[in-house]
Each structure stands twice: as C-alpha cells, then as structure tokens.
Design a protein around this ligand. Structure first.
Ligand code: NAP
Length: 491
C-alpha cells in the first residue's frame, strides 16, 4: 500500500495542467483517527472538508458518535484500524500503552503521531519515537502537532500554515505531506524521526526569538526610567522641595520610551558594523563570527520591531501631553505670570524653530520606522526581491537612525552645554541615549571611506588576505593585484 501510494506520488507530473492535478486530488483515501477529543473532532472535520473519508475509532463509540457529523463513521478502535492504512493517533502520550492490545491490527499501518507534551523535554525520547518503539511493525510519522484544534477547525486561513513532518520512511512522509497540502497547509519536511523531539518542543516555546530582545528592551527601559526619575523627580524634591511625583505615570514614561526606541534601533545596526569590522580584521568572510554576534545578527528584526513599538508609544504619549490637567495648570500659570510681569508677548523665535524642526524629524522618523516594520512582515518581505529588501532594511534603516539622531539633537539643542542640566552631576538623558547611535553612525562613515569600502567589498565577494584568488572587479584590475601583493602568501 505504502509503495503504491508513493509511486503514485512520484509519477505525478511536476508541472501538469489543472485538470490533471484536480484528477489526482480527487483520488482521496479513507483515513482513521483514534480518539474522539477536541483534536480528533477538528481533524475529522478538516479531513472531510478536504475530500477524505474518515473512520473514527473510539473506546466508547456509542457514546461519542453524536460528537461527530454523520459523514464520519464512529466505531470501535479495532474495527476502525482494520479498515484503513493511515491512522491519526489523537490520544495523549500517557495512553499509548493502552493501545498495545491493538498491536496485531496496527501492524503494517502508518501511524501519524500528533501529540504534544505539557513541558519541554519532559520525556527522554520523543512521543513519536516512543510510539515507534511500542509498535515496531508500524511506520510512525510525526505531524500536525504544531497545529491547534482551533486552526484545524477553521482552516489554514486563520492560523499557522506550516505543518512540520518527520519520519524514518520517506514514502510515509510523502503521503502525509500530500494530505497536508490537500488540507490547505504547507508541509515542511524535517527528515527522520529523530527530529520529532525538536518538533514536539516547538509549540511549547514562548516566543524563543523574542526573549533576549524583550529582556534588553526592559533592561533599557528600567535604566532610563530610573535615570529620569532621579533627574526629574528626586532632584527637584531634594534640592528645591518641589513635588513632581505626578510625572511618574506619563511624563517619565514619555521621556524614557524614545531613549529605548533610539538605542534599540542603533542595536539593530551595531552587529552589522561589528561583523564588517571583524571581516576587515580577519581579512576573510570565511571565518565564523563569534556565537554571540551570530545570535545578535539573527535577532535584528525583533530589535527593530521593539524599537518601532517604543517609538509609536512615545508618539501617542506625546500627543496626550496637552490633555493632562498639569499641562493646563502650567499654561494658565505661565499666562498669569506674564500678565503680572506686564509682558504681552512670550514668543521666543529660537524655541519656536527648535520645536518645529524637532517635531518634524520625529514624525519623519516614525514614518520611516513604519515602513521598515511593514516590510518585515513575511507576506510583504516575500513580495520583495533581495535588492529591494536590503535597500529598505539597510538604507532606509540607516535613514531612520540618522533622522532619529537629528530628532534627539534638536530636542537637546544646546542643553548639553548648560551646567544647570547636570543634575547630581548626571548628564542630560538625551546625551546618554546618543552614545550608541553615534558610535554606529561614525563606524558606518568609516566603513564608507573608499579604501575601507573597497577592501570590504572584495572580502565579501570571496577575496582573502592570505590567499591569492583570481578576482577582477569591473574596471579595477590593477588595484587588486597591488593590494593583494602587500598581504598574501601564495596558495
Ligand atoms: P482530549 O480532548 O483529551 O481527547 C483525548 C482522546 O483520547 C479521548 O477523547 C479518548 O477518546 C482518547 N483515548 C484513547 N485512549 C485513552 C485512554 N486510555 N484514556 C483517555 N483517553 C483515551 O485531547 P485532545 O485535545 O483531543 O488531544 C489529543 C492529542 O492531540 C494529544 O496528544 C494532544 O497533545 C494532541 N494535540 C492537541 C491539540 C489541541 O489543540 N487540542 C493540538 C495539537 C496536538 P475515546 O474515549 O473516544 O477513546
């Protein structure tokens, strides 16, 4: 049976006309499901919608038959198994052993293990490998555990579309992959059954790629919040007896968020700069980066999205500032003071210009950051070619960093040079926030210097300091030979 189905799969044309494909799709088989729980019911519904016939095997078929639509046959476990060749085992790992009495009918069949555990690495071997060891006469395939019962019920349009599949039998993998496609999901071949543990651990991980970026963002937030709290609340309280604790919920958060957003954005581009400097120092691109740098490079998207999140919150907080009671009181008090001092015009030309430019840079920065965030969505990124994607993520990303730097500089204006701004000898917050972005921008300028850029470009195209490789850059043949001669030992 297995071989017959796999052969059918192999003879299927890679590019056929639509009617041929349709014809193939209609040749659906009957599949079995053991278990009548949430997953089994959703799976049965999806299989029926995809044109398959389904036989459900239950320990209590009379009691559970009403849970399924009439299109599904609900019968005893033994009878269901005897009628099909592919059986989804929709029961928990701890109940596998209760299926032992069915070993004789299960032999020779494909068992699709859909199970998950409650914790990562709870058992020494994966559930699928455990099932395979209990039923050595069967072919076990791990699949569908990454899809929830909910996603199965409502179809691939409302949830994760990828189904990771692994099995020691390539034929069985092919059959389950084809079924997956017919059900509207994307099969991902993960190879042999030894990958099952990795696949089983996947649904249990809580945003693994976000852990470090989120912790970093939180750490930066706490640092800048405390820094601002000391400068804006503790200092006036201790030095002048002023109560400014009302600033805690909005004002302090609003001055902290842009610092986090700005530093996080610079941390998106710092690893790229470090990687370039390492390549220049090593004189080759064929030397592995340190592990921490590799990981950092892989988490740039998350860092960028968190930066965008903080910048957006900062924009919303800023818009809410005039709505606060405290802002209205300050405005009124300023007006009274002006009247008392018999002053009829409070216009300060320099301040007006500073604010106009500062706000304009802020709006531009958030606009460019929005473009970067949108282009990181898989559906948008997938529609861009490599040049377009790298243009947006690199050029536009640096543009966002430059505009954010200008936004911060116009906010600071000349305050960095006023001694009154150094509360408890602490420099203004914006000067601290500027450190990493300025390092990144200066390093980028260095990498753009013609002689550095030329060397880096060569390295990235395969040239190595210690190896003589025939390399011709368009219109630049002699340069390379001269340059190379200084450094090489001939290979
Ligand atoms: P469930 O609602 O508790 O159903 C489990 C079913 O197992 C029962 O309905 C029962 O059906 C059957 N069963 C067979 N032998 C059993 C025994 N000795 N003791 C108890 N029950 C036994 O669980 P579920 O949510 O459908 O999950 C089933 C499997 O799918 C699990 O391995 C789970 O990890 C996996 N899964 C579930 C989801 C989800 O969203 N729910 C997602 C991915 C994977 P009968 O009484 O009719 O025999």
């Amino acid at each position: 049976m297995l071989q017959r189905m796999a052969k059918k799969e192999m003879v299927k044309p890679l590019l056929g006309n639509e009617s041929e494909i349709h014809q193939y799709d209609l040749q659906k088989i009957t599949v079995g499901i053991l278990g009548t729980g949430d997953f089994a019911r959703s799976l049965a519904a999806r299989l029926v919608c995809s044109g398959y016939s389904v036989i459900v095997g239950s320990r209590h078929p009379k009691r559970t038959a009403s849970l399924f639509p009439t299109a599904n046959e609900v019968t005893s476990q033994r009878e269901a198994i005897s009628k099909v060749n592919i059986i989804f085992i929709a029961v928990y790992h701890e109940h596998y052993s209760t299926l032992s009495e069915l070993r004789d009918v299960l032999t020779g069949k494909i068992l699709v293990d859909v199970s998950n555990n409650m914790q990562v690495n709870v058992y020494e071997e994966s559930n699928a490998e455990h099932l395979a060891s209990l039923f050595p006469g069967c072919t076990v395939v791990k699949a569908f555990n990454v899809i929830s019962a909910w996603a199965l019920q409502f179809g691939a349009r409302d949830g994760n579309k990828q189904v990771l599949i692994c099995s020691d039998s390539q034929e069985a993998r092919c059959i389950v992959a084809e079924m997956t496609r017919n059900m509207g999901f994307n099969p991902v071949d993960m190879g042999s059954l030894s990958s099952a543990k990795e696949i089983e651990n996947l649904p249990l991980r809580l945003f693994p790629s976000w852990k470090i970026p989120v912790l970093l963002a939180l750490a930066l937030f706490v640092f800048f919040y405390i820094y601002n709290f000391i400068r804006k609340v503790i200092h006036p309280y201790l030095m002048k007896g002023q109560n400014t604790f009302y600033k805690i919920p909005i004002d302090l958060v609003n001055v902290t968020l842009p610092c986090v957003a700005f530093v996080m954005l610079s941390l998106v581009y710092l690893p790229g700069v470090l990687a370039a400097i390492l390549q220049l120092r090593n004189g080759t691109k064929y030397k592995c980066f340190p592990r921490w740098l590799d990981q950092w490079l892989q988490q740039r998207k998350q860092l960028g999205l968190l930066s965008f999140f903080c910048a957006t919150l900062h924009a919303v907080y800023s818009l809410s500032l005039p709505m606060r009671r405290s802002a209205r009181y300050y405005l009124l008090n300023d007006a009274f003071t002006q009247i008392k001092n018999d002053k009829d015009n409070a216009w300060v030309e320099e301040e007006v210009w500073r604010m106009e430019i500062y706000l304009s840079f802020g709006i531009l920065a958030i606009g460019v950051l929005s473009l970067l965030a949108v282009s990181s969505l898989p559906s948008v990124a997938g529609s861009l070619n490599w040049t377009e994607f790298s243009f947006i993520q690199s050029r536009l990303g640096y543009t966002a960093l430059v505009i954010s730097t200008l936004h911060t500089l116009t906010f600071g204006w000349c305050r960095a040079f006023e001694s009154a701004q150094y509360k408890f000898y602490l420099p203004p917050t914006f000067t601290i926030a500027l450190i990493v972005p300025c390092i990144v921008l200066l390093a980028k300028v260095y990498l753009f210097l013609p002689f550095v850029n030329r060397k880096l470009t060569r390295i990235r195209r395969g040239w190595e300091v210690n190896r003589q490789v025939k390399f011709h850059e368009a219109g630049d043949v002699s340069h390379f030979s001269d340059f190379n001669a200084e450094n090489t030992s001939i290979v």
